[in-house]
Design a binder for this molecule. Structure first.
Ligand code: 8DG
Ligand code: MG
Ligand code: MG
Length: 143
């Protein structure tokens, strides 16, 4: 029997016209640039999961956490198929001067801010698909 789909929560953490990305060191999306995020834990709200994963992975504290959209992703990597429903959130830094730290160096090469108009390559496939589709995580009043 196939395993059940799992729920991922990924966060567009915005600062000016930049987003926080890290190059993955994990089997799914190895070496691609992705948003901070992880799996929803039992009983968590999307906002709680977003804040927890960003803190665990980058040490950053976030505010104004909002739901943007949901994507459906099938990965066929690492000799297995994984189905992830990704809940895509947006957030901002609680303290704009706080710097990202690489809290899980076994899972990520490091975090940095990237201009939305000059994103690094290769992007993690679900993120690449969103960008190709013209998706923007920025509030319209910030454009
Ligand atoms: P955890 O053990 O900390 O709970 O999980 P993780 O190891 O941090 O999970 P993850 O792979 O970073 O994120 C969970 C899933 O969310 C991922 O396998 C697929 C989905 N996802 C997307 N887009 C993005 C993205 O840009 N970044 C991240 N981190 N996950 C994403 O669909
Ligand atoms: Mg995580
Ligand atoms: Mg993660």
């Amino acid at each position: 029997m196939s395993p059940a789909p799992v729920i991922g929560v990924a966060v567009f953490l915005l600062k000016g016209n930049t987003v926080l990305l890290g190059r993955r060191r994990t089997s799914i999306g190895h070496n691609t640039y992705a948003l901070p995020g992880g799996h929803l834990e039992f009983g968590e709200s999307f906002e709680e999961c977003a804040a927890r994963e960003v803190k665990e992975e980058t040490g950053l504290d976030i505010k104004d956490i909002q739901l943007l959209t949901v994507t459906n992703n099938l990965f066929s990597e690492a000799a297995k198929r994984v189905h992830v429903v990704a809940v895509i959130m947006r957030a901002f830094l609680s303290d704009p001067d706080q710097l990202p730290q690489n809290m899980e160096p076994d899972k990520c090469h490091g975090w940095d801010w990237y201009d939305w108009t000059n994103l690094p390559q290769p992007l993690f496939q679900p993120l690449e698909t969103m960008v190709q589709g013209g998706f923007s995580p920025f509030p319209t009043d910030l454009k």
